[in-house]
Write a protein that binds this ligand. Sequence first.
Ligand code: SF4
Length: 412
Amino acid sequence: MKDDNSPANGEEPPSDHRLQLLKEFHSAGRGFWRDVSDADWNNWRWQLKHRITTPEQLQRLMPTLTPEEFAGAKLANTKLALAITPYFFNLIDPADERCPIRRQVIPRIEETRAAPWEMSDPCGEDSHSPVPGLVHRYPDRVLFLVTDRCAAYCRYCTRSRLVSNASGYDFHPEFDKQIEYIARHPEIRDVLLSGGDPLLLSDDKLENLLGRLRAIPHVEFLRIGSRIPTFLPQRITPELCAMLKKFHPLFMSIHSNHPRELTTEVRDATGCLADAGIPLGNQSVLLKHVNDDATVMKALVQKLLMCRVKPYYLYQCDLISGSAHLRASVRKGIAIMAQLRGHTTGYAVPQYVIDAPGGGGKVPINPDYILSRNADRVLLRNYEGKIFEYPEAPDGTPLSSPPEEIVEPELV
Ligand code: SF4
């Protein structure tokens, strides 16, 4: 597949042309699976059954696998399993070692090199877990881990200690205990189902779980976090959407990092969820050589809106063990945010956050728009770098007399 991120002549096209190329919708196509029937290809269980899970399969399908990737794939099943759906595999450009899709799902040997400041549980979830499979870190909401399985595995996964069970974490959620804990805590008004991927449960199991949570009177709001719409859009069936719409208010956070992940198949899947009245947000992780580029990020957020998905969070990559080769700098993240805010639709601008290492929760990170505060004004910078003054006393009350010398806006 041609990488629309890197033109054939090796030169960067002008950025608005590149932006338009990145925003085009394409189907993932059939690739090696062109002889498979439509019924099988569009069946999510068939996709799961035919995932690429071994280094040998990967090398057979992709002879351009590098020694670093092959070595990483051989060791993956001792850390975080290798699994890629045939659908998602078709988005990889085998001719491009730096393909942004490839970097997200194909292991590399660098994953085995951990720095001293990297952690297996960078968000401190285990220390905030009152019962197995439940994380209660913020006062009014909980994270409900449903399964340790995903349709495919992201090489930067924050929960790689437990998802896929490759490192022997032995994750066993206990739904009865998780639900009982929520029922006993009236302060919990918001439950986020995550994992692993909750949409790997059958419709019946998921319906049963959502029904039990919905029956708790103080649970106001349900959320599902899922990468299935991008790894396995075939799972988003009309039957699933019809079932989910019984449990409103129900929101869903999907996960995509690069505009090429947003195919016509994904657009159909998110359209089906949106038609069921499910508000959709997207979570992205800032990743080196994947989306640490203002044009790529702009294409992603604008394309998400076309898929009826609000870009919600952009995460600084957590300090997960063996992820240094995928982490972009905070400085880069701030520079990208400065290229979005004011330069595109406000709805398209996600909140950039760092999940404070060790369990401090999400800290919003923004470019500096307040330059100073003094006795009678706040000095502001807008997205173009122009400076403005907002008259206000230090305690926030309106001024009784005009501040001295309001300067005209000027360009810095
Ligand atoms: S889908 Fe989510 S939980 Fe699963 S590997 Fe990717 S980031 Fe981790």
